[in-house]
Structures are given as structure tokens and as C-alpha cells.
Ligand binder design. Structure first.
Ligand SMILES: [Zn+2]
Length: 112
């Protein structure tokens, strides 16, 4: 499995969690007139918390370079919803190619 595939898999999980949060949030807000605030809060609060948790996890720790383990969240969360932007080919910190397999062998660290 390439580094890109690993990052895309994590990004799909995060995107799915964000989407589920948005659906719960919108559904909760849509039922406020019909069911009242308490029933709507049962959907709005978990939706908002799920949305925020997924977004913050993506920014802070869920998207790390498979080679150097540097946090790429702020970089990779900006473009592409369920996958990383295909134009992004290399880690900006270590220069590893995302289309290489991180488990294929020793990575040649350019810093060493
Ligand atoms: Zn890296």
C-alpha cells in the first residue's frame, strides 16, 4: 500500500465523519419546528461534536506522513474531500514520494 493510499484511507474516514456530522446537524435543525428543541438537540449536539472532532483530528494528528510522521493535517485538509489532492506528490518536510510504499524498504532520509 502506497503512502497516498494510506493517507486517502484516513482522509475518507475523516470525510465520512464530517459528512455524518453535517447530516445530523442539518437534520436536527430541520426538525426543530416539528419536534421542538429537545428532540432537535439530540441530533444537533452529536452532529456538531462529530463534525468538530473529525475536523480537529484531521488538523491535529490523523494525517501524518507515513515516512517522517510529521503532521500534514493543515496541509492536506485544505484540498480534496475524500482523498488528498492528486497534485500533492511529495511530503513537504522529508521529500518522500507519496506514491512509494513506506513498508517497501528503508527510506532514504535526505536530512541524514
Ligand atoms: Zn514526511
Amino acid at each position: 500500500m502506497t503512502g497516498r493510499e494510506q493517507l486517502n484511507r484516513r482522509k475518507r474516514w475523516l470525510g465520512g465523519a464530517v459528512l455524518a456530522g453535517v447530516v445530523l446537524l442539518v437534520t436536527g435543525l430541520a426538525v426543530v419546528p416539528a419536534l421542538g428543541g429537545a428532540a432537535a438537540a439530540a441530533a444537533v449536539v452529536p452532529g456538531l461534536l462529530g463534525l468538530m472532532a473529525a475536523a480537529l483530528a484531521g488538523q491535529w494528528f490523523a494525517l501524518r506522513c507515513p515516512w517522517c510522521r510529521t503532521n500534514l493535517g493543515k496541509f492536506l485538509m485544505q484540498a480534496g474531500f475524500l482523498r488528498i489532492d492528486p497534485r500533492v506528490r511529495y511530503c513537504p518536510y522529508c521529500g518522500a514520494d507519496f506514491d512509494d510504499d513506506p513498508d517497501a524498504g528503508r527510506w532514504d532520509d535526505p536530512v541524514e
